[in-house]
Each structure stands twice: as C-alpha cells, then as structure tokens.
Design a binder for this molecule. Structure first.
Ligand code: NAD
Length: 294
C-alpha cells in the first residue's frame, strides 16, 4: 500500500523503515532534510510538503513532537487538509493533548478525512524492533481498517475508545513512567547515602514488588552515569504539561505529576533538557550532593 509519513525524528525513521521492510511504498516529508535523506536512502520517496503527500496518499501517518506541530501539519498552509481527498485516513501517532486530537479530528471530518489518534510507548529500541505498544482512539471501523498496518510497527495495538482516548491512555503511561523514575531515584539516593552499593540494591529488589520495567531500564543507566536519550527530559515536560492541563480540565488532581514536573523543569534549567529522563537522578544528586554510581 502507498503510505504517506510525516515526521522523521528518533521515532519516525525506524517506523518508516519497518513499513518499507513490510513491502509498503512510503512517501515522506520532514522539515529537516537530513532526516528525509536518511529514509530515502532506505527506499522511501521524498515529497515536497505535507499537502503533496496528501494529494497522492489515501493513508497518512504523522509522528510529530506536540499538538501545535500536528495542527500546523494537518490544518496549516501547505498542510494535509489542503491536499487530502474525501475518504483519506489520517493516523496521528504523535503524543499530543487529547483535546488537540479532538480539534484536529473535527477539522478533518469537515473535509471528509477520517482521523484516529494512535500514540506509542516503547521508545527508539521498540520502534526499531517494530514492537511498540500502540494505543488508539477514534472510530472503531477506521481502527479496523488500519490495524494490520499499525501491527507492522507495534507488538500490541489496542483500541481504547473515541478520538483522544489514545492520547489519554498515553498520558496515563507518561505519568506512571515519570513518577516511577522519580521514586526509583529517591530510593536509590537513600540507599546510596546510607552506604549500600546501588547494584546490590537493584539485584536484591528488582524481582520483588518494587521491581518494574522502568527500574530495569533506568537503574543501569543511572549507576553508569549514562543519560544519553532515549526519551528526552524536554519531551517528558511536554507530556506532563499535557497531563496536568487535561487533569485540570476533567477534575483529576495530579499532585505527584505536578511535583515531578517541577523536578524536570529544574533539570531543563540546568541544561539537561536533551538528556534522557533517567537524568531525574541528577535532580536528587544535586539536592543530596552525592552521586548514585556503581
Ligand atoms: P523528534 O523531535 O526526534 O522528531 C520529530 C520530527 O518532526 C523531527 O524530525 C521534526 O523535524 C519533525 N517536524 C516538526 N515539525 C514539522 C513540520 N511542521 N513538518 C514536518 N516535520 C516536522 O521526536 P521523536 O522522539 O521522534 O518523537 C515524536 C513523537 O513521539 C513525540 O510526540 C514523542 O513524545 C513521541 N514518543 C517519543 C518516544 C521516544 O522515545 N523518543 C517514545 C514514545 C513516544
């Protein structure tokens, strides 16, 4: 099938490569030429704009940073809706505010374009392996039309509800990950300060109730002082902003999320915005004046 793909960053590039490997024709666009060149070298074809992609593709996937980027790419000048014809399907896989998904979907519906939101969890390694967790919101019939193609990029593809439900699910995911990393850092600072080797603490507790995918992924990074992203602090600030805004909108208090958001904001101010979110350890290292290292 011919698929348009817009947004070729850390996640978009490997997702395009998996679509190509599965035999699809992929037409791509990004504002960064080097990102376009990287996937063209692997067999994708470049288009001049998002509008140009929509003029030739009946299925379009977007993988962009945040709500304003999706609004620009879909509804802006030279965007998808200027080129799309009735019946086109737009799958937005970016992590954005659920309300923004609903707004963009409304604009799409007015033009006869069918949209679902399908953000992902799993990061670059799972994008490369094609084993992302994909959480989908929108019309179930549209979901069923694209489910197999999403399955090329993900190990699990779950329909969560109406448009925006995918991004609501993703926000829940991001709250759990952020608070979990902070809890791990706080606990490992306690044991470090008390003089117990962090690797022994990890080995002793990872198989018990405190163990988690987050602990398994992040403790080896923290104890090695390796904060190469992965998932950047600045992107997590974006997600927690969206979570707090959504929480305020629906009346869900998020006191833990708000606290971790302030830690992330301080890290951004310390120049750590492009570091992996495991660098929450550096917040604790600063206030405790001690490093958590093996
Ligand atoms: P990224 O910043 O690496 O890539 C975003 C791409 O979008 C860039 O190549 C950028 O040039 C392009 N872009 C921005 N504005 C554009 C426009 N107007 N037209 C065309 N292209 C445009 O981000 P990423 O890490 O690939 O993340 C993409 C989304 O996936 C984000 O919403 C992020 O929160 C989410 N996500 C990321 C990870 C991760 O580990 N990196 C994991 C899960 C979900």
């Amino acid at each position: 099938m011919k698929i348009g793909f817009i947004g070729l960053g850390i996640m978009g590039k490997p997702m395009v490569r998996n679509l190509l490997k599965a035999g699809h024709e992929v037409v791509v666009f990004d504002v960064i030429q080097a990102n376009v060149d990287a996937v063209v070298a692997d067999g994708a074809r470049a288009a001049a704009s998002s509008k140009a992609i929509a003029e030739e593709c009946k299925l379009i996937i977007t993988m962009l940073p945040n709500s304003p980027h999706v609004k620009t790419v879909v509804c802006g000048a030279g965007g998808v809706l200027e080129g799309a014809t009735e019946g086109t399907i737009l799958v937005d896989m970016s992590s954005i505010a659920p309300l923004a998904s609903q707004e963009v979907c409304k604009a799409c519906t007015e033009k006869g374009v069918k949209m679902i939101d399908a953000p992902v969890s799993g990061g670059e390694p799972k994008a490369i392996d094609g084993t992302l967790s994909i959480m989908v919101g929108g019309d179930e019939a549209v979901f069923n039309e694209v489910k197999d193609i999403l399955g090329v990029m993900g190990a699990s593809v779950v329909h969560c509800g109406d448009i925006g439900a995918g991004n609501t699910t993703k926000l829940a995911n991001q709250v759990i990950v952020a608070v979990n990393i902070a809890a791990v850092c706080e606990a490992f600072m306690l044991s470090t300060k008390a003089g117990v080797d962090p690797i022994r603490v990890f080995d002793a507790i990872k198989g018990g109730l405190a163990g988690s995918t987050v602990m398994n992924a992040k403790v080896p990074m923290i104890t090695a002082g390796n904060f190469k992203p992965g998932f950047k602090i600045d992107l997590h600030i974006k997600d927690l902003n969206n979570a707090l805004e959504t929480g305020h909108g629906v009346g869900a208090p998020l006191p833990l999320t708000a606290t971790v958001q302030e830690m992330l904001q301080m890290l951004h101010n310390m120049g750590e915005g492009q570091s992996d979110h495991s660098a929450i350890a550096k917040y604790y290292e600063k206030i405790a004046d001690t490093q958590i290292r093996a």
